[in-house]
Write a protein that binds this ligand. Structure first.
Ligand code: SAM
Ligand code: SF4
Ligand code: SF4
Length: 375
């Protein structure tokens, strides 16, 4: 009999090398005000993927049928070094970036990641403020690493956890990893002060949606902010289907049946999560409705892949090869000019456009994988 998971998996189109070397403008003049794109969106948030490898095989991200032992990960020489990442980050900060999220793949698999965090923690915005530095992890190595991350200058972490039922969680990570070890990592992160912690749960209807209320109950009053993410059609390998998306509105309804909730204002422009608080004061939750309620209008996020390609949208199919500039003979000013020009030409708004299409119209489209450009 055909395994359902196998039959849903769509062959990978390797888009990692689809990129162009950006033009270095000779006459680019930095804008006097904030740098904005064609839809008047500033550049504030940079997500940096530090590895394309992971020790989990979440079916919605790195299905093991594709990411198997023969999968060609990027060779070490392709990866940006920490010095290269720091050099680029400085240029992004000069353009308005205030928030850095380290991601992957699994960022804690990158050797000596705390050295990079230390470099980033020294940087200041043009207004003299430290950067807001955070990291998204599957939590598997967090108990071991939390103290070193904190000491290096990391402020917060987001931990992905798709349920508390051990059997469900082991099936979703597809490497038989136990819930208890992730919970231990969360405890350690809280103990060393990597707070407030965010917990990300990707909700797949029919797979883990029955865990929503258990998760809400567990994290209420813990100081952690639990966020429910709609299962997205990122990449081209996860066999995404609209009928497996549970709209965030239903997540809020289900929790409200047990615990009264009240909406909160967004904490920052471009915030991806819609926030809700428990009326009894036991904390807040967030819902990220990437599929049912597009939030492209305020999207101020750029993504830097493990090998230094700049992507302007999670759903982009081409990147801009900044590594070619870094490893060429260009000055910081020239590379900053190239980045500025790329951002000024940006008009991406994939989710808004998808919302205007038939629900499944984007299935199988050519796009880079989330494990490559980072979530
Ligand atoms: N490995 C780390 C982790 O899992 O937290 C960081 C990288 S992961 C790509 C970043 C985030 O993307 C995670 O919270 C993950 O759950 C989320 N993610 C991955 N694939 C997704 C999908 N198809 N839909 C929605 N969220 C997804
Ligand atoms: Fe790995 Fe994170 Fe993707 Fe899961 S979501 S496979 S933990 S990169
Ligand atoms: Fe931003 Fe692209 Fe997501 Fe829209 S679809 S919010 S432009 S990353």
């Amino acid at each position: 009999m055909t395994d359902l998971k196998h039959s849903q998996t769509i062959a990978i189109a390797d888009l990692r090398y689809a990129s162009e070397v950006p033009a270095v403008p000779s006459d680019w003049v930095a804008p006097a005000g904030p740098l904005t794109d064609r839809l008047h969106r500033p550049l504030r948030d940079l997500r940096i993927s530090v590895t394309d490898r992971c020790n989990f095989r979440c079916s919605y991200c790195m299905p093991r049928e594709v990411f198997d032992k023969d999968y060609a990960y990027l060779p070490q020489s392709s990866l940006l070094s920490f010095e290269e990442i720091a050099r680029l980050t400085k240029l992004f900060v000069a353009h308005g970036v205030e928030k850095i999220r380290l991601t992957g793949g699994e960022p804690l698999l990158r050797k000596n990641i705390e050295v990079l965090i230390h470099l980033l923690a020294q940087m200041r915005t043009p207004a003299g403020k430290p950067l807001d530095i955070t990291l998204t992890t599957n939590g598997s190595l967090l108990a071991k690493k939390a103290q070193a991350l904190k000491d290096a200058g990391l402020q917060r972490v987001t931990v992905s956890l798709d349920g508390l039922d051990d059997a469900v969680f082991r099936r979703m990570n597809d490497v038989d990893f136990p819930v208890a070890d992730v919970l231990h990592g969360i405890e350690e992160a809280q103990r060393v002060g990597l707070a407030p912690l965010k917990i990300n749960m990707v909700v797949k209807r029919g797979t883990n949606d029955h865990e929503i209320v258990n998760m809400a109950r567990h994290f209420r009053g813990s100081g952690c902010v639990l966020r429910f993410i709609e299962y997205m059609d990122v990449g081209a390998t996860n066999g995404w289907r609209m009928d497996e998306v549970l709209p965030s509105a239903q997540v809020v309804d289900r929790i409200s049946e047990h615990f009264a909730l009240q909406p909160l204002e967004a904490s920052a422009p471009g915030e991806t999560a819609e926030r809700w608080r428990y009326i009894d004061g036991s904390g807040e939750i967030g819902v990220i409705s990437s599929v049912t309620q597009a939030f492209c209008r305020d999207c101020n996020r750029a993504r830097l892949s493990t090998e230094g390609k700049l992507f302007l949208c999670l759903f982009a199919s081409r990147g801009h090869d900044l590594r070619a500039l870094l490893r060429g003979t260009y000055s910081d000013e020239q590379i900053a000019g190239a980045i500025g020009q790329i951002w000024q030409q940006r008009s991406d708004r994939y989710s808004e456009l998808r919302a205007a299409q038939a629900p499944d119209a984007s299935r199988g489209a050519r796009r880079v994988e989330m494990s490559y450009i980072g979530g």
